[in-house]
Design a protein around this ligand. Structure first.
Ligand code: AMP
Length: 416
């Protein structure tokens, strides 16, 4: 199987490692890829968000499967353009990707499908925003209605700050605060059949102890030792299948990766958000534990044959990933600094570049790389991931020191 992978962040590096390890994959091409992906794929400098350019590359390279990593190409219609050429693509249509591209659309679908989620109002002016904030009370949750790379959400006790964020965004969804630990559940689907991967947890805030602003994600681990035994079945029954059915009913079947972000509240699991693609950095830990060949699984979802795919096999043990971010992130990141120790197994590249003259590895984004490790248990995986990150040097870099710590120490409690 010849595979084209679209994107160039940490999630795509993790996907590239999984695809390259599948014995069925004879050639892997990545567009645009990154210096880490370059070790396992041929890179092509194509704009990932340009539907015509990606479709033309898929035709030119004669691939059997296109895997789209990030959300922006999906929302831009890259999957539709590739499918129109008769090539199998893992990733939903632009219409179905609105589940991530518009918080209002997602709320609409959830309401129609009876999916448990936070009560919410869409607001476009200060008056209606103020009314919604007062209806739900503090802590206030204000979400940019459109794509914001995981950074469009403000959760604060400061009403003025909540109003300011709403004004900066224009159109927002104001919603009820959901208290409880978060779970990320990835579901591979062809629109009808759906296969859950292992639940994971990520860390959105920049600082230890969940302090500071939201980021794209500062670390993750899987599986979740504290998750109730029936959680995945319950979410498949109450969230995933009703949502997929509602999208089929609307003529926009969702085929690809449905990411369910949940809060484990006293009243049960509640959906915080849907995404239309693998989460970053949870992909790094989930795929590190997946034993089933990845390309075959994604190809089955892309070709409507997922119901016939054999059950997934998982490695024993646990996986942890720790993100190393540039100084300044999640504000304006400092870039162009030399990284040492970044070319080792287990180091996943996210925002890196090669210097043209000497090939030195440079920081080129907010989240620069992550150290991903597995181990016989969560504590061992955590130690190994921190050892990896500790071996990297980058001036001014920041990383959290408490990724997976509460889970290792048995400190995570579901309220109620
Ligand atoms: P989202 O982009 O919707 O995933 O939001 C980013 C992060 O904000 C989530 O991972 C949560 O940590 C937090 N968040 C979003 N919505 C809520 C909510 N209704 N209640 C509590 N926290 C939330």
């Amino acid at each position: 199987m010849r595979v084209l992978l679209v994107g160039g962040g940490g999630r795509e590096h993790a996907l590239a490692l999984g695809l390259a390890a599948d014995p069925a994959v004879s050639q892997l091409i990545a567009a645009p890829g990154n210096p880490g992906i370059a070790a396992v794929a041929e890179l092509r400098a194509v704009d990932a968000n340009d539907p015509a350019a990606v479709a033309a590359l898929a035709v030119e390279t004669g691939v059997d499967l296109v895997v789209i990593g990030p959300e922006a190409p999906l929302v831009a219609g890259v999957a539709d353009a590739v499918r129109a050429k008769g090539i199998a693509v893992f990733g939903p249509s632009a219409e179905a990707a609105r589940l991530e591209g518009s918080k209002t659309f997602a709320k609409d679908v959830m309401t129609a499908a009876g999916v448990p989620t936070a009560r919410a109002h869409t607001c476009t002016d200060p008056e209606s925003t103020g009314r919604a904030l007062d209806e739900f009370g503090a802590p206030y949750v204000v979400k940019n209605d459109g794509l914001a790379a995981g950074k469009g959400v403000v959760v604060t006790d400061d009403r003025a700050a909540a109003l300011r964020h709403a004004q900066e965004c224009g159109r927002v969804v104001v919603e009820e605060y959901l208290a409880g630990p978060e779970v990320s559940l990835f579901v591979v689907t062809d629109g009808e059949a759906a296969v859950p991967l292992l639940p994971a947890q990520d860390f959105k805030r920049i600082g230890d102890g969940d302090t500071g602003p939201n980021t794209g994600g500062m670390g993750a681990y899987a599986p979740l030792p504290w998750a109730p035994p029936g959680l995945v079945d319950e979410v498949m029954r109450d969230v995933v299948h009703p949502t997929l059915a509602e999208l089929r009913r609307r003529g926009a079947p969702f085929a690809g990766l449905l990411y369910v972000g949940l809060a484990m509240t006293a009243a049960g699991p509640r959906v915080i958000e849907f995404n239309a693609r693998f989460g970053d950095p949870e992909t790094q830990v989930v795929l590190a534990l997946l034993e089933t060949p990845l390309a075959g699984l994604l190809h089955a979802a892309a070709t409507g044959t997922l119901a016939a795919h054999p059950p997934l096999r998982w490695r024993d043990g646990a996986a942890v990933t720790v993100v190393l971010a540039s100084a300044g992130y999640p504000g304006t990141p400092r870039t162009g600094d030399v990284i040492t120790g970044g070319d080792r197994p287990g180091i996943i590249h996210a925002g890196t570049a090669r210097r043209a003259d000497d090939g030195a590895l440079l920081s080129a984004g907010g989240r620069v790389l992550c150290g991903t490790a597995t181990g016989p248990d969560l504590a061992a995986a955590r130690d190994a991931a921190y050892a990896l990150v500790g071996g990297v040097e980058l001036a001014g870099a920041q990383y959290r020191t408490d990724i997976a710590a509460a889970a290792v120490e048995g400190r995570i409690r579901i309220p109620g």
